[in-house]
Design a protein around this ligand. Structure first.
Ligand code: KIV
Ligand code: ZN
Length: 501
């Protein structure tokens, strides 16, 4: 069976999806999980887009072993130089450079004619090639480009040294038959096409990203670009888990295999949704809460008699463990570490000590600790490692016959500040005080609170969206006390705002 390369762009295209921005520490945690998942390439970011992206790529290049780490670069010298600078010294790295090739993009966005685009592409590939032998070239909006021009452009990129030719369906416009034909034609007509690898990068605007990616593989593409949970620009990118499980479940049909470890799919999905706060829809294929739930009586009966009646793959094969053991205040470090690993968190000694402390603290307030509580402890900890604004203390008084008042202590860039303010209710008072302390002029446009698990002692998970200068940012926080959870969520949104380029 031939191998398909899985190029993961969760940390680049995925991060471009609204509300999914991640800090450097969060990206590093996710990148380590992607390596455990077995992806072949991690697109760690777009080095020249911001200092934080540069730093994330640099750290991932230094610390993550296994996959090839690449940075995205427009077909420009400065983008390519910056990508190379971020990845110098990494053991296995490459540059992914791109330029648009459709008449619409060339005319209106680039204001360049096809000849100029061709020259820029060649220059970019040649320049990238001076730094690394791993150069991928993408023709942005390929699916709406003239096929004859694509043949010319890709042929020029091959002559300039590109090793991977990527065909993006940038706006999710194409249909499976069409992308099949396009890949087949390019494989036939591009110069020395047998010396390079063809790749596809499909967006999901019409819900076709996975179907298109699979059709392209049938036509001979051998790399597919995708993201965990299908996050990405607008309607997202092709979902990694759906592609991988299609290849595995329909192996005889595709006759293709890949390096992804199925059992790491669910931990990766959970970790990403905890880090970004973007929940997975319940009916999402493979990783949704209902993906393996059988509701109808006839189905349940069938599954009990023989699981194959209604299950084409097992939950275990994607890493969903049925053993939902709860932990409590008497649970030890070993049980905690085991449980964390099943959720995708592989911690070092020091990190485990820190999480264990928090776990014990929570167990004092809450009888049973569920997996979802653990996710929150770990991801909240990772988030706070890099925060400029930290909640130090919070006291609120409210009731039927008083004006709600909050006293908040914060650490801002290492300096301790304490203030008090009023509000319409305890949450409003806490958020007003934080606004006064941080002096950040933003508008709260959405607030929601959900219980993470059942029971009155459950942690409340708060999500707040703030708006500043037309930009919307969502922050999250969780605690057994919902006023504290609200303060944490608000401070999280402020930290995210302060990291924006
Ligand atoms: O969707 C797209 O065209 C892209 C390219 C940069 C590969 O993300
Ligand atoms: Zn894209």
């Amino acid at each position: 069976m031939e191998k398909v390369r899985i190029f993961d762009t969760t940390l680049r295209d995925g991060e471009q999806s609204p509300g999914c921005s991640m800090s450097t520490a969060e990206k590093l945690v996710m990148a380590k999980q992607l390596a455990r998942l077995g992806v072949d390439t991690i697109e760690a970011g777009f080095a020249n887009s911001s200092g934080e992206d540069f730093e994330s790529i640099r750290m991932i290049g230094q610390e993550v072993e296994g996959p090839m780490i690449v940075s995205l670069a427009r077909a420009r010298k400065d983008d390519i130089d910056r990508s190379a600078e971020a990845l110098q010294g990494a053991t296995n790295w490459g540059i992914h450079t791109f330029i648009a090739s459709s008449p619409l993009h060339m005319k209106h966005k680039l204001q360049m004619d096809p000849g100029e685009v061709l020259k820029a592409a060649v220059k970019a590939v040649e320049h990238a090639k001076q730094y690394t032998s791993n150069v991928e070239f993408s023709a942005e909006d390929a699916s709406r480009s003239e096929p004859t021009f694509l043949v010319e452009l890709f042929s020029a990129a091959v002559k300039a040294g590109a090793t991977i030719l990527n065909i993006p369906d940038t706006v999710g416009y194409t249909m499976p038959d069409e992308i099949y034909q396009l890949v087949a034609r390019l494989k036939n007509e591009v110069y020395q096409s047998d010396q390079v690898m063809f790749s596809v990068h499909c967006h999901n605007d019409l819900g076709m990203a996975v179907a298109n990616s699979l059709a392209a593989l049938r036509a001979g593409a051998r790399q597919v670009e995708c993201t965990v949970n299908g996050i990405g620009e607008r309607a997202g990118n092709a979902a990694l888990e759906e592609i991988v499980m299609s290849l595995a479940t329909r192996q005889q049909y595709y006759n293709l295999t890949c390096n992804v470890i199925g059992e790491q799919i669910y931990p990766s999905s959970r970790l990403l949704s905890q880090i970004t706060g973007a929940s997975v829809q319940p009916n999402k294929a493979i990783v949704g809460a209902n993906a393996f739930a059988h509701e109808a009586g006839i189905h349940q009966d069938g599954v009990l008699k023989n699981a194959l009646t209604y299950e084409i793959m097992t939950p275990q094969s994607v890493g969903i463990q049925e053993n939902n053991l709860v932990l409590g205040k008497h649970s030890g470090r070993h049980a905690l570490a085991n449980r964390l690993e099943s959720r995708g968190f592989y911690l070092n000694e020091e990190e485990l000590n820190e999480v264990f402390e928090k776990f014990k603290h929570l167990a004092d307030r809450k009888k049973q600790i569920f997996d979802e509580d653990l996710d929150v402890i770990v991801t909240q900890g990772v988030r706070q490692q890099q925060d400029d604004y930290i909640l130090d203390s919070l006291t609120v008084s409210s009731g039927t016959h008083m004006i709600p008042t909050a006293t908040v202590g914060m650490i801002i860039h290492g300096e301790r500040i304490k203030k008090a303010a009023f509000g319409d209710g305890p949450v409003d008072a806490a958020l007003n005080t934080i606004k006064e302390i941080t002096n950040i002029d933003c508008r709260l446009i959405a607030y929601s609170v959900k219980s993470i698990t059942g029971g009155t002692d459950a942690q409340g998970k708060v999500s707040v969206t703030i708006e500043k200068d037309g930009m919307r940012i969502t922050g999250r926080g969780a605690d057994t006390d919902i006023v504290t959870a609200s303060a944490l969520a608000f401070i999280n949104s402020i930290n995210r705002l302060s990291r924006m380029p």
